[in-house]
Design a protein around this ligand. Structure first.
Ligand SMILES: [Zn+2]
Length: 311
């Protein structure tokens, strides 16, 4: 009989171990495309264990040249909820959803807030082939506004709560706490801007921050529009930017994360200004991702950079 008991115990142990594995893989999934979507969902879920959140974009990868793998397509098909930006650089997402054999539940951040049109500001280099476009396109970088982030997180929390009523209060409370953190930074950025003499930012890079600057009444100059793939400005664009930085006695020119920073470097060499990195939040570097850096952390970094850039 002891042998039989041993066998039963071993079986029980096996079931427990594999059972754990099954529970894990049986977690319902929320698939997100880029970092802001991932971060907002992660904050809402907190330490509840119903959902697993996946980010399709790999840390450090450029959102603008992402293509879904077959594995990603399966993840989308099997998800309980998809949270994406809903902009032009995710047009692959609409194509993928159209091709899926089942209905999927999709939240597009762009459908949750008031949109602004893309802007081609004086001195900015148009994308090749975009000059003659008659129809204005909406700027997709909605998450760069902290006020938008609060609206989006609130909407996400209510959607997730409808999918898992048992943890409804957890989701709503987590969202509330995270939004409070965002509001605190929003307030400190307002204070920084109010106490700065300079109200203009100078980007030797592409500029995906229209929603951000509009929130604080800041003006800007930049080399390229938000999602531009160009990294080489014309001599005219570059010389205009250099001239402006010189004229306005700018102390810091900005570049955005994961950029090669070439334009900012040239401006700095020509004018003697320093270079600061602004986090647009499209994505984050692998080491920051592994360290658990959040949207709130990125915005805290931005507040520090702003202090210097607005001097
Ligand atoms: Zn972009």
């Amino acid at each position: 009989m002891p042998k039989l008991i041993k066998l039963i115990l071993t079986c029980c142990l096996c079931i427990m171990i594999t059972g754990c594995g099954v529970t894990h893989s049986n977690k319902r999934t929320i698939v997100t495309t880029s970092f802001p979507c991932y971060d907002f969902v992660r904050a809402v879920i907190g330490d509840t264990d119903t959902f697993e959140v996946k980010m399709l974009l790999k840390p450090g990868q450029d959102m603008h040249d992402y293509d879904p793998t077959p594995h990603d397509q399966i993840a989308l098909t099997e998800s309980d909820l998809i949270v994406c930006v809903g902009g032009e650089s995710e047009s692959w997402m609409e194509d993928t959803i159209d091709g899926l054999k089942k209905d999927v539940n999709v939240m597009r951040m762009m459908e949750l807030v008031t949109l602004k049109e893309e802007e081609l500001k004086e001195g900015m280099e148009a994308e090749k082939g975009e000059v003659e476009e008659a129809e204005a396109e909406y700027d997709e970088h909605v998450w760069t506004s902290l006020k938008n982030a609060v609206t989006i997180i609130d909407a996400i929390s209510h959607e997730i709560a409808t999918l898992d009523d048992d943890h409804k209060d957890d989701y709503l409370n987590n969202a509330h706490a995270y939004c409070d953190e965002i509001k605190t930074i929003d307030h400190s950025i307002q204070t920084i801007v109010a106490h700065s003499n300079r109200k203009t930012l100078y980007f030797g890079d592409r500029f995906p921050l229209r929603y951000f600057v509009d929130d604080y009444g800041l003006d800007y100059y930049a080399a390229f529009p938000g999602c531009s793939e160009q990294t080489e400005p014309s001599a005219k664009t570059l010389s205009q930017l250099i001239e402006r930085v010189r004229q306005d006695q700018v102390k810091m020119v900005l570049t955005i994360e994961l950029s090669n920073g070439a334009v900012a470097k040239t401006i700095a060499e020509e004018t003697g200004c320093t270079i600061g990195t602004f986090q647009s939040g499209h994505n984050i570097a692998l080491n920051d991702f592994n360290a658990g850096k959040t949207y709130v952390d990125l915005m805290k970094d931005n507040a520090e950079v702003l202090k210097e850039a607005l001097q």
